[in-house]
Every structure is written in structure tokens, then in C-alpha cells.
Design a binder for this molecule. Structure first.
Ligand SMILES: [Zn+2]
Length: 746
């Protein structure tokens, strides 16, 4: 689901002077076991075949396959047959979830310049699947509420919190209007949420050519970028509150599950929403009066962008079939030989908005090739020590439905048995992008040393490291060069790892290649298909093979280790960094408010603003109080000490192959959960990581503390510091206990 965003998260550095040389023996392995493991991994990496990745994608993308469609079920059954043919024990688990589809959609501009939006993506002759009209879902935003509204239009840029502050300063209100927002910057579901909170009655979201159309490159089909009538479908479910089936929060949507009534669901939008192309958006933008929009708000269309409101009114009417539809999760299992109750889990979704070659099948096909490789190793005599589970999720696009319902259904087993979850989604050409739990930072570093970049032939680790250093600020480079391992960014939301890391506390990593293909313009449209992918992305499917090699090696190395190779020094360091950030956030906000209050008192706004333009000075505000960060400082220090003790004991004793400690450290990520959850969203229980309530995809670290400060809920802050510190303390205690287990040599 998540649009690929180029970000350099693997900022690695010279460690051992060799390009990608693995640290041997492998962490968590005896010397002898390390040698046999490396041999099996090398055998595995020779197996994934780009030609098969290509054929799998072609088969799976042949017809539209959204939730509830005939080809969605057909694909699930085909995936099941493939996995069985590889010798894996596979089955389909079925869930029933709410999945609205359009009954009627209408958008028109009233008045003298009357215009009716087409709301259609035309077929393109050269693209053989773009004309499958009967099976294509119309362009819409899933989980928009039904509505029929007529109102003037106001342009809100990306519809992010800062955009509303700007509108306030310009004296423009969206109350009673239909806002038009452009796609980008924030996750799309934030746009109608904020619009409704500011009093708007409807929301239109369009794709500006500045962001993924002709401003960025040649439009489809000559190039990869979005054509004039291309539309981005997508979910607007309030996933930062909880993802998954809106009617069964926190429990699996198995047949017969108790449903909360539709009228009580919190995650459906409060106002109607509709996505449109820029061709359809033009008349609405041109009808806007009022002030010229700030420079950063102007897109790539050839006219002046104004804030509005428009004199002419827009009429937006949408109605949906609020049906429950079946989901088909395909699940394959390889039983562990030594530790069957320790599970290593892999997942990628198989459903799409339309044909979905890039999103998700570029990842799905690689995952399938990976499963075939492991099946082949089983035939050759390899047996993983831990249980391996391969998941092909349904219903990711509407709201992470298949992964959430599966994990909620199996929550009590996962809480006991889950060791790690490795996710991927769409895949492209370029650099390895890995984000996730810092307990796995060292592990991801070690595997990425062993993967060859298919085009440059250097290790993906070294490529990432060199690119990261060259793009860093000059003053930051020496530190990056001196680092002994790569640094991994935290996970927000936007794909199927969410339930694992945020709800159940399973250490998770999201993996994908990208950054060199000029994608984005096909995203969630009928043009994300086999023709597009084989002309503009990983056309040789060599990065599909690289993803299979990377994720498959991670699965093997995690499943085969004698002691689970978590590393806690990285976690402790990272938590120290986050504590520093939230303190600085409070200081910065206090200083900014103080400065602004002084300016208001001095009359600066009156002096600066053009008296003939509407400008509204901000109100005088109370300063942020001083908070007591001591419990967090103490807990972070205690965690550093405990992690040093554990990592020392690990180095001294893990190589003896003692496995008793596994049963303790398997709970390491779970210790970071608070069963009470985050304020106003109890489903999110991880006190270190969460998607932002007002960013959607973007991560908020130490979320309970950070968001209380950002939202100026001053009375909450100290209490949330205490709760977050308690989670860090639990982690420290667990590590001390585990270190003693290692030292006892059990
Ligand atoms: Zn996806």
C-alpha cells in the first residue's frame, strides 16, 4: 500500500574493511553451526530466478484482484497450489470484513461554468490490461462515509496540520466548505480527518502534476508518470486509531465474530471524500477566488493557485455498498526441528486496488520465489530450527485487513511464540530500504553484507553505506564513516507489519529496493500493471531476485540460530536519542511561543502585514510548562547498562549454543507494550513506536510523550513519561534476567 518513498535509512560504515564480508561466526551461532548455516544460505541464494518472478507477476496481475473480486480468490487458490507444489504445508484462512464499494459517485461544479467530473481512467491502447473495465473498481476512497453536500471550495494544499495554520494566518476558514487537497506529504486519510476537524463538509483529493505527473517526468504510456486522467485510489480509514476490520477492533473477524454496529464505528470518515485526476480538478481550482496561495502551495498546473473560497459551489455526492466481503490469507508453514514454538514470520500482501503489478505483486512474486527456494532446500535436507511461516495477505489495501485479522485471531499464540516478522510490499530498482525494530538493527546489517546488488555487483550493504555518506551533510560524514554498523529508521505504518510491531510487540522489519526507478505515477491506478512494470521499473526482475535473497536469508538466519540474534545496544542508544528529541521538542515549542507572544505584544504583525490584505495575527498562548523527564532519563540509562550486560554475556556464552535464554528474550519486544495503549487509541500498545495520529504513515517515537507535547496536552505529559519509562524499565529487567540465564550456562 505504501507509496515508495526514497529514504536512506541504511547509513552504514566501514567496519571490517571488506565489502560486505559477514561477521563470522554468525551472531547466535556456534562456530561450527555458523559454517554449515553459511553454506545453506549460499545454496539458497543461488535459487531465486528472475524469470520465474516475472512469470508469477504476469499471472497474478492478469486481471483486477481487489478484495471480494473473483480474481482475488483465484489468485489465493493459485498461490496455495504453488506453495503446495513446493512441498510446503499451506492453507487458506478466511475472514469476513467490512469492505465498501461505490454505489454512486458524483462531483460537479455548479454555476455559469458548470462542469461534471468524469471520474474515469481511460483505457490506453498500448496497455493490454487497462481496458478491463468490467472488473476494475471505480476510482474512490474506501471508508469514506456516504454523503451529498453542496458548498464553496477552498484549497488546502496537502491538507496537513501546518497548512491549516497557514490558512488561519491568512484569515481563510474551511468551515462549511468542500476542501480540495492535493495528494502527497501526509497519508491520504489525514486529509479528510483534519478537514472535518476544521469544519469542512466534504473533501476532494487530486493528483497534482507537480507531485507525480509531467513536472516529474514523462507521463504514461511514453514514460512512467501519472497521465492527466490518472487517479490514485486508496483507503481513508482512520488507521492511526486502529487498522483492520472496522467492526471487530482488537478481535479476529472470523465467521460469527461479534460486530459493532456500523453507526458506532470510529474509523469511517466524518465527511464524504473522493479522489480525482488533475484533469477533473482543473475547473475547481480555476474557480477559486480569494488570495494567491503561498509559493510552496503552488502545483504544476498553468494558472494561479488561489486559496478560495470559490463563488461557484461544488456538489459532491457519494454512496457505497456497505458489504462484508471474504478475505483469503494464504499461510504456509515449515515446522521447526528444535524450537517448533518459536515462530519466524514473513509476509507480503496479494490483493491490489486494480491489477497491482508494482503494488504489491513485485513483492508478492519475490516472496513466492523465496518460498520455492526454501522448499528446494527442504528437499536437499535442510531443516530450520524454528518454525517458519510464510503469509500472503489479502485486504492490505483497504486497511491492513488480512494481516490484522489473522494476527488478532492468533494473538495469544503470537504473544508466546513470535520471534520476528519480515514484511515487504511493492519492490523496485535501487537501494535496499530497511526500517524496523532496533533489536534487529545489527541483524539486518549482517544479512545485507551478504547480498549482492544485481547491477553494481557490490554488496547492498556497501552500496547503501556509500550512497548514505555521499548524501549526508559534510559535517556528518566522518561520524557515518566511523560507525561500525548501519543505522535503521523506525517503522510508522503503511503496510502489514503494523499489527505485529504496534499491537502485539513482535520485532519487525520492512524491506524493499527502490530509489532508481521513477515510480509513483502509476500508484493505485489502472496503469499499475504488467505493461507499466516491465517498461519502467525492475524490468529484468533482478531486484525481485535480490529481495527474495535478502528476505529469505533473514528468515533462514533467524530460524536457524542457536540463540535468537537480537542485539540491545542499538535499542538502548536509539531510545537515548528519542529521549533527547522529546526534550528538545518541549524546549523548542516553549521558545517559539515566547518569541511569538513577544512579537504580538510589540505589534510586529501589524507592522509587517499589508493592511490591504487579510492577515490574522496568532493568539497569545501559554508557555509549555517544564516537564519531569527524570524517569525516562533513568530508564534509558538502566537499559544501556542492562543491554551492555546482556550483550557481554551473549558474546561470552551464546557461542556455546545454550538455548535456554531464547524463552526469555523472545519476550523482548513484548516488554515494550503497555496493555493500556496510547492515549485515545488503546489498540496501539508499543510505547516506543507508533504511526503518528496526524501523520498516518510517518512514525512517532515515544509516541505517548511526543504527541502529548505536540498536541499541547500539558497535563498529560508527565504521566506519559512515567508510563513510557515503565516500558523501558521492563525491558531492562528482562535483559538483566536473560543475562543471568546466559551466565548460568543453561
Ligand atoms: Zn501494497
Amino acid at each position: 500500500m505504501r507509496k515508495s518513498i526514497v529514504s536512506f535509512v541504511l547509513l552504514a560504515s566501514v567496519a571490517y574493511g571488506l565489502d560486505g564480508a559477514p561477521n563470522v561466526p554468525l551472531r547466535g551461532y556456534t562456530a561450527e553451526h555458523s559454517t554449515t548455516e553459511i553454506a545453506w544460505e549460499q545454496k539458497f541464494r543461488a535459487l531465486p530466478d528472475p524469470e520465474r518472478v516475472r512469470e508469477d507477476m504476469q499471472r497474478l496481475s492478469a486481471r483486477p484482484h481487489h478484495v471480494g473480486s473473483p480474481y482475488d480468490k483465484d489468485n489465493a487458490e493459485w498461490l496455495l497450489a504453488q506453495l503446495k507444489s513446493y512441498g510446503l504445508d499451506a492453507k487458506i484462512e478466511v475472514f469476513d470484513t467490512l469492505f465498501p464499494t461505490p454505489k454512486s459517485r458524483k462531483l460537479e461544479l455548479l454555476g455559469a461554468a458548470k462542469f461534471v467530473a468524469s471520474l474515469e481512467e481511460p483505457a490506453i491502447a498500448i496497455d493490454p490490461t487497462s481496458d478491463q473495465k468490467k472488473e476494475q473498481l471505480p476510482t474512490y476512497n474506501a471508508y469514506s462515509i456516504d454523503g451529498d453536500v453542496t458548498a464553496p471550495v477552498v484549497y488546502v494544499n496537502y491538507g496537513a496540520p501546518a497548512d491549516y495554520e497557514q490558512l488561519d494566518a491568512m484569515g481563510v476558514s474551511v468551515k462549511g466548505t468542500i476542501v480540495i487537497a492535493r495528494y502527497g506529504q501526509t497519508w491520504r486519510g489525514i486529509k479528510p480527518k483534519l478537514a472535518a476537524e476544521h469544519g469542512a463538509v466534504g473533501c476532494i483529493i487530486y493528483s497534482d502534476p507537480r507531485d507525480d505527473g509531467y513536472f516529474e517526468g514523462t507521463p504514461y504510456p511514453e514514460g512512467p508518470m501519472r497521465p492527466p486522467e490518472g487517479v490514485q485510489r486508496g483507503s481513508v480509514m482512520d488507521m492511526p486509531t486502529y487498522p483492520g476490520d472496522p467492526q471487530t477492533p482488537g478481535i479476529g473477524a472470523v465467521p460469527g465474530a461479534r460486530l459493532i454496529p456500523l453507526a458506532e464505528v470510529q474509523t469511517i470518515t466524518k465527511i464524504p471524500v473522493l479522489p480525482i485526476s488533475y484533469e477533473d480538478a482543473k475547473p475547481f481550482l480555476q474557480a477559486l477566488g480569494g488570495q494567491v496561495a503561498p509559493e510552496a502551495w503552488r502545483g504544476g498546473l498553468p494558472f494561479a493557485y488561489k486559496t478560495g473560497p470559490s463563488t461557484a459551489k461544488a456538489h459532491l455526492a457519494v454512496a457505497f455498498n456497505w458489504d462484508r466481503k471474504p478475505l483469503y490469507d494464504v499461510i504456509a508453514r515449515i515446522a521447526g526441528s528444535a524450537f517448533p514454538d518459536q515462530w519466524v514470520i514473513r509476509g507480503n500482501h496479494h490483493d491490489a486496488w486494480v491489477n497491482g503489478a508494482s503494488d504489491p505483486l513485485s513483492g508478492t512474486s519475490a516472496e513466492l520465489e523465496e518460498a520455492r527456494g526454501l522448499g528446494e532446500l527442504l528437499r536437499q535436507g535442510w531443516r530450520p530450527q524454528r518454525t517458519i511461516i510464510y503469509c500472503f495477505w489479502d485486504g492490505e489495501e483497504p486497511g491492513l485487513l488480512g494481516s490484522t485479522e489473522w494476527a488478532e485471531t492468533h494473538a495469544s499464540e503470537l504473544s508466546k511464540y513470535a520471534v520476528a516478522y519480515f514484511n515487504s510490499d511493492g519492490n523496485g530498482r535501487g537501494y535496499l530500504n530497511a526500517e524496523g525494530s532496533h533489536t534487529l538493527e545489527n541483524f539486518v546489517d549482517s544479512v545485507s553484507r551478504d547480498i549482492e546488488d544485481p547491477e553494481t555487483k557490490m554488496s547492498v550493504w556497501n552500496r547503501e553505506r556509500l550512497v548514505g555518506i555521499s548524501r549526508a551533510a559534510p559535517e556528518a560524514r566522518s561520524e557515518l564513516r566511523a560507525r561500525t554498523d548501519l543505522h535503521m529508521s523506525a517503522l510508522g505504518s503503511g503496510s502489514d507489519y503494523t499489527v505485529f510491531i504496534d499491537h502485539l510487540g513482535v520485532s519487525s522489519v520492512n524491506l524493499g529496493f527502490g530509489g532508481e526507478d521513477q515510480g509513483g505515477g502509476q500508484y493505485h491506478s489502472v496503469y499499475d500493471d504488467f505493461y507499466w512494470y516491465t517498461h519502467f521499473s525492475d524490468t529484468g526482475f533482478v531486484y525481485g531476485r535480490a529481495l527474495a535473497e535478502t528476505a529469505g536469508t533473514m528468515m533462514m538466519r533467524m530460524a536457524d540460530a542457536d540463540v535468537i540474534p537480537y542485539q540491545f545496544g542499538d535499542l538502548a542508544d536509539t531510545i537515548h536519542t528519542y529521549v533527547g528529541e522529546v526534550k528538545k521538542l518541549a524546549d523548542t515549542m516553549r521558545a517559539q511561543t515566547r518569541e511569538r507572544n513577544t512579537e504580538i505584544a510589540d505589534g510586529v504583525y501589524k507592522a509587517l502585514d499589508d493592511p490591504k490584505k487579510t492577515k490574522v495575527a496568532p493568539p497569545v498562548e501559554a508557555l509549555a510548562p517544564y516537564f519531569n523527564f527524570a524517569p525516562l532519563d533513568q530508564a534509558a540509562d538502566d537499559l544501556s547498562a542492562a543491554s551492555a550486560e546482556y550483550d557481554k554475556a551473549f558474546t561470552a556464552h551464546a557461542a556455546s549454543g545454550s538455548s535456554a535464554v531464547n524463552i526469555k528474550i523472545i519476550q523482548a519486544e513484548r516488554a515494550l507494550l503497555d496493555p493500556g495503549g496510547l492515549p485515545s487509541r488503546p489498540w496501539f500498545q508499543n510505547m516506543i513506536y507508533a504511526p503518528g495520529l496526524y501523520t498516518g504513515y510517518g512514525v512517532k517515537t515515544l509516541p505517548a510523550v511526543r504527541e502529548a507535547i505536540e498536541q499541547k496536552q500539558w497535563k498529560e505529559v508527565d504521566a506519559q513519561i512515567v508510563r513510557t519509562a515503565a516500558a523501558v524499565d521492563r525491558e531492562a529487567s528482562l535483559l538483566k534476567d536473560a543475562a543471568h540465564t546466559l551466565e548460568a550456562g543453561q
